[in-house]
Design a protein around this ligand. Structure first.
Ligand code: ATP
Length: 216
């Protein structure tokens, strides 16, 4: 279903979110105080507006309450981000998502009622560190309680061998799926033969996953 989103601030982060939402088939209104930023994206988003997102009368004209979610992607200017968030909440914007850059910024956004708060640089830093430390891990989701879902690329030594050769202990590590390009095989049978470029999607505790993937 096509949704409508608004993005306040079209810097690197706001722009990538806005473009991806368009690619996913949604409508996106992009707002930036900088004329060049707004104009650069005019042909790529549904609509762009040159406006100060801290100006409540400018925001009011955008009827933001009809959008499914509004992202505040103004980072460096914390004051502007806070003011914009405050106005969006008083204008009853449905879902207000905020990019925060410091713990204080996070706390204020939370107090103002932001529905979701991101720390893209910090979160990306953790991701990069994880993939540097575990180079065959392509992606992961932290589920909490030290449990993770990870996507790993096994070594070529496993090619054309049944996945039962992996000797997975299901008490510790679960094989959820095998990804091959865009196709996904859920819970493959033990006789499934691993192919070149297959990726394993595994669930387990960090220590068990680390032990298991070190053998791959
Ligand atoms: P990013 O980290 O996303 O690359 P940046 O570091 O380039 O961003 P920021 O200061 O976080 O820049 O601002 C992001 C965008 O928000 C910029 O394009 C900036 O012009 C815009 N912006 C800043 N203040 C406002 C405001 N009051 N109203 C609307 N847009 C704003």
């Amino acid at each position: 279903m096509k949704k409508q989103f608004a993005v306040m601030g079209l810097g690197g982060f706001g722009e990538s979110v806005a473009r991806e939402l368009m690619r996913l088939g949604h409508e996106v209104l992009g707002v930036d105080i900088d004329e060049n930023k707004a104009n650069q994206l005019a042909d790529h988003l549904t609509q762009t507006v040159i406006a100060d997102a801290t100006d409540d009368s400018a925001l009011k004209e955008m009827d933001l309450h009809r959008f499914d979610a509004t992202l505040v992607a103004i980072g460096e200017n914390i004051e502007a981000s806070i003011l914009c968030t405050m106005h969006l909440k008083s204008l009853h914007a449905k879902e207000v998502w905020v990019k925060a850059i410091t713990p204080t910024h996070h706390k204020i956004a939370e107090k103002l009622g932001a529905d979701r708060i991101f720390h893209p640089e910090y979160e990306m830093g953790l991701r990069v560190a994880q993939t540097m430390a575990h180079p065959n891990m392509l992606d992961y989701i932290a589920l909490g309680d030290n449990c993770f879902v990870i996507e790993v690329r096994p070594g070529e030594v496993l090619e054309d061998r049944p996945f039962s050769d992996l000797k997975i202990d299901p008490e510790k590590v679960r094989l959820l799926a095998i990804k091959h390009g865009n196709s996904v095989t859920f819970q493959p049978t033990p006789d499934y033969r691993l192919r070149r470029n297959d990726h394993l999607v595994l669930l387990g505790e960090e220590k068990a996953l680390r032990h298991f993937t070190e053998r791959l």
